[in-house]
Every structure is written in structure tokens, then in C-alpha cells.
Design a protein around this ligand. Structure first.
Ligand code: 21W
Length: 248
């Protein structure tokens, strides 16, 4: 998998290329990130990469020509790539889209800074525009890192145990069940005894019930969109009646 990023701040990406499992995957060359910096395509003496908006008003816009040239350079090396502009105006990303993006083996991410980029670059150079949520960042880099991180963990070989990808929430339909580790007793708070029983069938049922129950409480919107199996429905009803007993 090859990610390509047009950014004024390539050093920021060390947050993912040097730490954790994505860092290891980069070292092992399972994933590769190339950078194209508009600053390298400036021709003015102070290498400025921002400019005033036509029509006036506060704030600056990314200089159009260095950005355009950086995108062109990336495209000339890569060919047949999808160019994605991360922006607050984009469509909101969800896990399903992250999985779809994985089918594209080559992606160029364009990261904006300041108040954004020249509309002609969006019209002429950008294939898709994506947001990571309805909150305001200071630039596209953290958004691009979110997307690269979320995609990379799905690349075969990045996470060793196949189960740990397949078992997690969103691909596993429900929210996660609660996890426990040593010691069994922390200030009088003990681990649910079924988890110490070694009874794998009961453990599976307890976890599934806890997952469905937690989803019912915290994310009823997720539950509404799903159709439950007979077993799942039974567990949800058990959870609900136990929950109501605890209220009285
Ligand atoms: C934030 C640029 C705000 C410009 C109304 C109309 C990439 C991002 C970004 C940024 C403005 C993403 C305005 C979620 C994000 C990003 C930088 C200025 C002014 N208001 N996903 N115009 N949130 N943000 N908007 O901020 O580059 S993906």
C-alpha cells in the first residue's frame, strides 16, 4: 500500500511513521508514505506558501501555483491515482468508506492549511473531498493521518492476528464488550466470574450480551439499523430485563 501526501508539514507524519504498529509496518515497508511539499515548488525568495484571497477579507489561502505543481509532481510519478482533498466541506468518513478506499492501491492526499485552497484546484485536480467529522482543525494533516492510520491497520500483515481486526466493533456490528486483566480484585472491584470459569460457550454468550447491551444503551442508532439473529434478540431482551431490575 502506497500513500502519497501533499503537505507543507511532512514532519508531522512522524506521529504515525515512527510509532506503534503503523510505525513497524513502515519500517518493514508493508506500507510506504511519499511526501510532496508545495514549499519545494516556490520560486520567491522567502519561499512563502500563502497568499491573500481575491475579494479581500481576513486570513490567507494556500498559494495556488506551488500547490498545483506539487500535485502535478505526485501525479506524474504515480499515474492512475485517486486524489483526495481532506476538508471540513467533505463527506463525512466512516469505516465502510475506509474499507472501500483500500481497493485503490495508490492515493494522493492533499492537506490544506490556512483558510483552504484555490477553488480551481478543487475543480481541476481533486477527485474526492472527505471530512473526518464536524469539528474544526487547523489543517488537513491530522485528518490525513487519521485516514492513513485507519486504512493501514486493515492492510494484510500490519496487524498480526486476523481476529483482532475481525473482532472489533463497527466491523463486528456491535460496540466492544468490557475487557479485564490481572489482578482479579482492584479495591474490591472484581472480574465477572464467568470470565474466570474457563467455560468458553458461556464466556462467548456473556460477551455477546454485554456488547449488544452496551450498544443498546450507548448507540441505539447502530442497533436500529441492524437486524438481529434470534440468539442476539434473546440476549438483548435478557439484558433489558436485567437492566430494568437494576433501576428499581
Ligand atoms: C478549518 C480550513 C476551517 C478552513 C464557514 C465557511 C480537513 C478538517 C480539515 C480548516 C477552515 C477535516 C468557514 C474535519 C476539519 C481541515 C482546516 C475555515 C471557514 N466557515 N475534517 N468557511 N474538520 N481543516 N472555514 O477541520 O483542513 S479534513
Amino acid at each position: 500500500m502506497c500513500f502519497n501526501v501533499v503537505t507543507l508539514f511532512p514532519e508531522m507524519f512522524r506521529a504515525i511513521t515512527e510509532y506503534g504498529i503503523i510505525g513497524q509496518a513502515c519500517k518493514k515497508k508493508i506500507i510506504k508514505i511519499n511526501f510532496f511539499n508545495p514549499r519545494d515548488f516556490t520560486n520567491n525568495k522567502n519561499k512563502s506558501v500563502d497568499d491573500r484571497p481575491y475579494g479581500g477579507g481576513p486570513g490567507m489561502i494556500m498559494s495556488a501555483i506551488p500547490l498545483y505543481m506539487a500535485i502535478q509532481k505526485a501525479k506524474s510519478i504515480l499515474k492512475n491515482t485517486t486524489v483526495i482533498y481532506l476538508s471540513p466541506q467533505g463527506i463525512k468518513l466512516e469505516q465502510k468508506k475506509i474499507q472501500l478506499l483500500l481497493n485503490k492501491k495508490k492515493i494522493i492526499f492533499v492537506c490544506g492549511r490556512y483558510k483552504g485552497i484555490d477553488q480551481r484546484i478543487i475543480d481541476d485536480q481533486i477527485d474526492e473531498e472527505w471530512s473526518i467529522g464536524d469539528y474544526i482543525l487547523t489543517g488537513g494533516e491530522l485528518a490525513a493521518m487519521n485516514v492513513i492510520d485507519a486504512m493501514s491497520r486493515l492492510v494484510p500483515g500490519v496487524i498480526k492476528k486476523k481476529e483482532s481486526i475481525e473482532e472489533d466493533s463497527f466491523t463486528n456490528r456491535f460496540l466492544d464488550y468490557p475487557n479485564y486483566t490481572k489482578p482479579n480484585n482492584i479495591n474490591g472491584m472484581t472480574v465477572p466470574s464467568v470470565l474466570l470459569s474457563g467455560h468458553h460457550k458461556n464466556i462467548r454468550l456473556w460477551r455477546l450480551k454485554a456488547s449488544i447491551g452496551k450498544t443498546w444503551i450507548k448507540r441505539p442508532d447502530i442497533l436500529e439499523k441492524l437486524s438481529l439473529t434470534e440468539e442476539e434478540n434473546k440476549l438483548l431482551n435478557e439484558f433489558k430485563s436485567e437492566f430494568e431490575k437494576n433501576i428499581d
